[in-house]
Design a protein. Structure first.
Length: 255
């Protein structure tokens, strides 16, 4: 696939063309994301797919120097003044989900437990969970810098991600297994998710039981960019720490 380097794709652009291997008409796509090209042939009988690192263009270097990114432009996130370090009113929630070692805030204005999203030691976004069962929406994202929440437990050195729906599930799986808990903040799999997850050696899709169809769809999409993709069929959401589900995940990790 050396010809990919000669495509001269601009960052963020996707090219659709005839597959150079199986010759399938308009079946091959290549997307430039920063210094990599994600490519895939959508013909079922063709195995062409992957991620190829390519050199940066002059324009991409210029954008990088100016703090821009083709993946997502990170704007300054200003922590709201109503975010408090006093978590007294969050005690019950923290105990229920075993969040004692997680950095949190209390949104005193909207009564939410807030999970900051960090990058290079800075808060770049945040997502809050309502403490009031009658409040809507249940989850609320305060900025637009990140489309996912990733949690890595202490001492994790395995290049494995477990894809879940929400923040608490990501923290749960990342705390109990040597993996990265990757919360989609919903059920949709976005381009940014594909790009980030393409860096992992193995990805396990473990959405809630009522999203089993989505799990299969996501696994199919991810298999175009990740060599080892598995689907975990759950009895319950992983944040509930169902013993059978934990055993299933352990078996997949050791398999």
């Amino acid at each position: 696939m050396k010809f990919l380097e000669e495509l001269n794709l601009e960052e963020g652009r996707t090219l659709t063309m005839d597959c150079p291997v199986c010759k399938g008409k308009k079946k091959f796509t290549a997307t430039r994301v920063e210094d990599a090209i994600l490519y895939n042939c959508f013909r079922n009988s063709c195995t062409v797919k992957g991620r190829r690192k390519v050199g940066r263009t002059v324009e991409s270097i210029r954008k990088k120097m100016n703090g821009q990114s083709a993946v997502r432009k990170i704007s300054e996130f200003e922590v709201p003044e109503y975010f408090s370090h006093d978590l007294t009113d969050c005690d019950e929630f923290i105990m229920r989900w075993d969040l004692f070692n997680i950095q949190l805030f209390h949104d005193v204005k909207n009564d939410r437990v807030v999970f900051p999203i960090m990058s290079k030691g800075k808060i770049i976004d945040a997502i809050g969970r309502s403490l009031n069962t009658d409040s809507f929406p249940k989850w609320y994202k305060y900025g637009n810098n990140m489309s996912y929440y990733a949690y890595r437990g202490d001492g994790v050195d395995r290049n494995v991600a477990v894809v879940v729906e929400d923040v608490i599930s990501a923290i749960t799986v990342g705390s109990h297994f040597p993996v990265i808990g990757f919360g989609l903040l919903g059920t949709a799999l976005q381009q940014e998710h594909l790009y980030t997850l393409s860096n992992f050696d193995r990805v396990i899709v473990a959405l809630d039981p009522d999203a089993s169809k989505k799990s299969l769809e996501h696994a199919k999409d991810l298999s175009n960019y990740v060599s080892d993709v598995r689907v975990l069929k759950l009895t319950d959401d992983l944040k509930y720490k169902n013993i059978e589900d934990f055993k299933k995940l352990e078996e997949v990790l050791n398999g």
